[in-house]
Design a protein around this ligand. Structure first.
Ligand SMILES: NC(=O)c1ccc[n+]([C@@H]2O[C@H](COP(=O)([O-])OP(=O)(O)OC[C@H]3O[C@@H](n4cnc5c(N)ncnc54)[C@H](OP(=O)(O)O)[C@@H]3O)[C@@H](O)[C@H]2O)c1
Length: 334
C-alpha cells in the first residue's frame, strides 16, 4: 500500500466573511475511525451551503470539520478504519459529507458512499451528488409520478437543472423559473418543456395556467423560498405538493391560506446536510441505484459551468455569489 502523507491541502475558512477569508492551508490528514474510510479526494464542487458557512450563517453539523467547507466528493479509497472492510484501497467512490470535502482527504462512513461508474470522470462524479440527490430526494418526497407537471424555481441552479433532468427521467413534464432568459434556454436544451422569467405579482400562476390549460402544477420544487412560496400556492393543481428546498430570496413569507385549503395542498421543507447516518446511507443507496446509472448512460446530464483548482477556491465562491453561473461550479485537486 502506498505510504500516505501526514498533511494535506485544505480550503480553510479563517474567519466569517467575504471570499478572501478562504485560505488553502496544510492540515493533518484525518484518521478513519471504526467503520470509516479515508478518501483521497479527486473532484468536488461548490454549493450554496459552503457560501453560507463561510459567511458564518450555516455552521457545520457535529462530527465534521468546522472550518473546511465542502459537501460532496469523488475520490479513491486510501485507507480503512477498524472494521471497515467493505472497499479495497483504490475503489472509486462518491458521496455526501456534512463538510470537509474541499480538502485532499476526508473521512466518511464506508456505507455512505457509492461506487462511481467507469464512464464518469472525477469532475462529473464530484459535481453531481449534492444536486442530483437533493433533486431525486425532493421529487420522491413530493411523490412526483410519471405524467405529472413539475415546476422548479431557480431552474438554472445546480439543483434546478438536476430537477429538470431527474424529473424527466422519472417521466414528469418539467417547467422552470429564472431571473434571466439565458438560464431558461440552457434548461430547455436539457429537456425542460417551458419556463418563465421572474415578473410582476401573479407571474407564477399566469405561467402555470398557460402551461397546464388552467389546471395548475402538481409539484413545485422551490429552491428560492421567501415570496416565491406565496406566488406558487395559487399556481398549484388540486392535491399539489410544494417542497421548499432553499431560501435564497428569504426565510419568511405570508400565504393566502384559502388556496392551501381549497386545493388541499401540501407544503413541506427538506434538508440533507444534518440528516443522521442511516438516512444519508439510504439516499446514497438510492442515488447508486437510480441516478448514477442514468448519469453513466447519459440519460441525466448536469452542466458544469466552471472548474477551479482548489488553490482558487476564493474565486469559485465569488463566482457562485455573482449568480452568473448555470449549473455546477466544480473543484479539481491536481
Ligand atoms: N435543502 C437541502 O438539503 C439543499 C441541498 C442543496 C441545495 N439546496 C438549496 O438549493 C438552492 C440551489 O442551490 P445550488 O447550489 O444549486 O445554487 P446555485 O447553482 O448557486 O444557483 C442558485 C441560483 O439561484 C438564483 N437566485 C439567487 N438568489 C435569488 C433570489 N433572491 N431570487 C431568485 N433567484 C435567486 C440565481 O439564478 P437566477 O439567475 O435565476 O436568479 C442563482 O444562480 C439553494 O437555495 C441551496 O441552499 C438545499
Amino acid at each position: 500500500m502506498a505510504l500516505l502523507p501526514s498533511t494535506m491541502r485544505a480550503a480553510v475558512i479563517t474567519a466569517p466573511g467575504a471570499p478572501d477569508v478562504l485560505r488553502v492551508q496544510d492540515r493533518p490528514v484525518p484518521e478513519p475511525g471504526p467503520g470509516e474510510i479515508l478518501v483521497r479526494v479527486r473532484g468536488s464542487a461548490l454549493n450554496r451551503a459552503d457560501v453560507l458557512q463561510r459567511m458564518g450563517r450555516y455552521p457545520a453539523p457535529p462530527g465534521v470539520p468546522t472550518d473546511i467547507p465542502g459537501l460532496e466528493f469523488a475520490g479513491e479509497v486510501a485507507a480503512s478504519g477498524p472494521g471497515a472492510e467493505r472497499w479495497a484501497v483504490g475503489t472509486r467512490v462518491t458521496g455526501l459529507v456534512g463538510g470537509g470535502a474541499h480538502a485532499e482527504f476526508l473521512v466518511t462512513h464506508q456505507d455512505a458512499v457509492a461506487v462511481i461508474p467507469e464512464a464518469l470522470s472525477w469532475e462529473v462524479a464530484g459535481a453531481t451528488p449534492e444536486a442530483c440527490i437533493t433533486a431525486y430526494d425532493a421529487l420522491q418526497q413530493a411523490g412526483a409520478a410519471p405524467g405529472e407537471v413539475v415546476l422548479v424555481h431557480a431552474v438554472g441552479s445546480g439543483v434546478g437543472l438536476a430537477v429538470v433532468q431527474v424529473g424527466a427521467a422519472l417521466g414528469c413534464r418539467t417547467y422552470g423559473t429564472a431571473r434571466s432568459p439565458a438560464k431558461l434556454d440552457v434548461a430547455r436544451a436539457l429537456g425542460m418543456t417551458d419556463g418563465v422569467v421572474h415578473g410582476e405579482a401573479g407571474w407564477v400562476v399566469a405561467a402555470a395556467r398557460r402551461w397546464t390549460d388552467k389546471r395548475g402544477v402538481d409539484v413545485c420544487i422551490d429552491l428560492v423560498g421567501g415570496p416565491y412560496v406565496a406566488e406558487t400556492v395559487p399556481a398549484m393543481a388540486l392535491h399539489g405538493r410544494i417542497v421548499v428546498v432553499g431560501t435564497l430570496a428569504g426565510q419568511e413569507t405570508s400565504l393566502d391560506l384559502r388556496y392551501l385549503l381549497g386545493k388541499r395542498l401540501t407544503i413541506r421543507g427538506t434538508v440533507l446536510r444534518s440528516r443522521p447516518l442511516a438516512e444519508r446511507v439510504a439516499v446514497t443507496e438510492a442515488y447508486a441505484r437510480t441516478v448514477l446509472p442514468w448519469l453513466a448512460a447519459g440519460t441525466v446530464r448536469l452542466p458544469i459551468d466552471a472548474t477551479f483548482p482548489l488553490a482558487r477556491i476564493a474565486e469559485a465562491h465569488a463566482l457562485m455569489e455573482s449568480n452568473a453561473t448555470t449549473g455546477k461550479i466544480a473543484l479539481s485537486f491536481d
